[in-house]
Design a protein around this ligand. Sequence first.
Ligand code: FAD
Length: 281
Amino acid sequence: MSEDTLRLSFEFFPPKTDEGRAKLAAVRDTLATFEPDFFSVTYGAGGSTRDNTKSLVKQFNDLGTAVAPHLSFGGDDEATMKSLIEEYRDAGVERIVALRGDMPSGVGGSYQLVYANELVAFIRQHFGDSFELEVAAYPEVHPQAKSYDDDVRYLKGKFDAGANNAITQYFFNPDAYFYFMDACAKIGIENPIYPGIMPIINYRNLTRFSDNCGADIPRWLRRRLESFEHDPEALRDFGEEVVTELCETLLEGGAPGLHFYTMNQAEPVANIVRNLGLEEA
Ligand code: FAD
């Protein structure tokens, strides 16, 4: 596949402090040189980062790179959601990552999560085709899914409701993605599904995230990473090599592009993108 047609996107989370915001501005500038198709900005469980997400999205949008806010109902009512989406539309945002999200910690009782397919339908109902809609996909199966087939079926439900593309949870085994693509094709999904790529930056954080979101770190990789426990630089070098190879395998196998979970750091992702030859213009 020609490099020109590959879609490239970079995900950030909204920092909580002024220092974090200043650092992220520099990260954004570095990654913007790769001319990505868009940046995306995550949304905390239960809408907990609503204002921070919104202001970062508007700030990035004003700087000229397309930005996609992540969004979930998170306990909000329809009127609140509608006005937030209106604000995004009026600010010139053209893409949304539509999610169910997770239960915020410490909240229970009557709190109801709204499935992503319902959010997609809601946006299409009220905003027509104003937005390109991305949804989440899980090559290694969402942790709460009843079964592999159910999870794929629910992904199809998101496309049937009007989503355009999916971005996957990260994974380190490319076969998980290729098998998943086959399973999706078998039930009639034809929309692009972009692999989500996690750089390997910090072993402890990676294992914690992976346990939470159901991403498998293969034994050989886990053991290798453990051996770099006291050498963070070697861990990063090794991580860049492994993740570059993963991306190469995915692109050679037909993946339509890559979505990077940047963890708000420029260098690890920039190095991988350079290794892949997807250089800035
Ligand atoms: P859904 O697609 O609604 O699926 C949730 C679960 O319910 C699955 O087990 C599925 O099999 C099942 N299901 C789906 N539809 C139905 C239905 N109609 N009826 C019954 N069961 C159904 N989290 C955040 O908090 N903030 C973020 O910004 C964020 N960004 C993400 C970006 C990407 C690319 C990915 C892959 C994940 C992201 N997440 C984020 C994590 C995500 O919110 C969690 O994985 C969440 O648990 C599921 O969200 P979803 O949109 O995939 O849910």
